[in-house]
Design a protein around this ligand. Sequence first.
Ligand code: GDP
Length: 448
Amino acid sequence: MNDTIAAISTSLGIGAISIIRVSGDDSINIVNNIFSNDLLNVDSHTIVYGYIIDNNEKIDEVLVSVMKSPKTFTTEDVVEINCHGGISTTNKVLELVLKKGARLAEPGEFTKRAFLNGRIDLLEAESVMDLINSKTESSRKLAMSTLSGNVSSMIQNLRNKMLDIISNIEVNIDYPEYEDILVVTNDMIKENISFLKNEISKILNEAKNGKIIKDGINTIIIGRPNVGKSSLLNKLIDEDKAIVTNIEGTTRDIVEGSISFDGITLNIVDTAGIRKTDNLVEKIGVEKSLSLLKNADLVILVFNNNEKLDNDDMLLLDKTKNIPRIIFINKNDLKKNIDIKNYENIVYGNTLDYSGLNDLRNKIKEMFNLENIEKSDLNYLSSAKHISILSECYSIINDIEKSIKNNMSVDMLEIDIRKIWELLGNITGESYDDELLDNLFDKFCLGK
Ligand code: GDP
């Protein structure tokens, strides 16, 4: 028997209503003990009006929803107390529920129970949090599509294909004397594996869109001091967030901001100007800026139109050559002294008017194909963890292909095929370990 858990499911603060959610075998009984009216004999999915009572004192006037197992969020008996919002009332009601025998839920424990009780799979469970965290219309749509099971069935289909191959191999190994079974050959495996490879590569390609929709485009603005990086950030996000001065080395730490366009969030980081320096603080800033490049989806490398490229600029061109990059040549209101050729994605502009900024936005849209992302349906894998699991599957498939070329026996191939099947199961949660679950649900908010 599961113990009964309780938590405040709404955010704790001043508001019209707060909801305390209770789930578990004893939930109806526990709330019944502190409620003015009978809850034990009501139908499932009904709302009862009454008072929360403590030692004959009316604590709050509430509505209580009673939802009996199994058609509930956790599949257990669930009771939700809709009390007046505000910190002290909400806390008091929760305190009474805990006093009567419920345990305070851990973050995400309701969703964890929904998963452990088989109502949703792990992909769907994770999308609950994505839905709560979604900041744009497309990230909401993506989370909702995943929650509805669309991405799960995509992974499930792959898994079923693997299972077909595995079971055919097993029959061959276990019953070699049977004449009417399908003899699995390396050629057959090759055919199935190449189908799977195509499918996985398609999902991985589209997952880039999913990640962008969910997490946004991590954009780093980089360049020498005084070229106008902070001004560009401020103009892009329409705020005076970064300090703009004409003293070199002013932005020694990292300044962040975000904007969203075409339903996609651009997470922008303005970095310390890059130049060779002996100043310790500035040096740390420069190193930090360069280290940020590792996680960047996009680099906006800023140069000054008024100046010739120097050694620091050349170093930056080299350091960013393998990252999706836009070269923004700022200060085009001043005389052109820069000489730059043979580079892609160059945009000229200045931070005094918006002309160059619109070109910059359009370039980002073009590079990340944003207009098409919006139009397509949103059945994308989006979590970095899942993408890395699928990439691992892809590299195992490459190994299998090599082994087939080397005429490795079918039962040896099965080991790798089974590995892929298990890895795919980690995505949907058909195979998982406790540590993975704990890590995942720790990130949830209380009461969800
Ligand atoms: P950062 O060190 O690269 O972040 O550069 P800032 O944004 O602090 O700008 C450095 C100086 O250049 C400031 O005096 C800005 O006012 C000036 N500046 C920035 N953008 C432009 C521009 O497009 N045109 C002109 N003429 N000056 C600019």
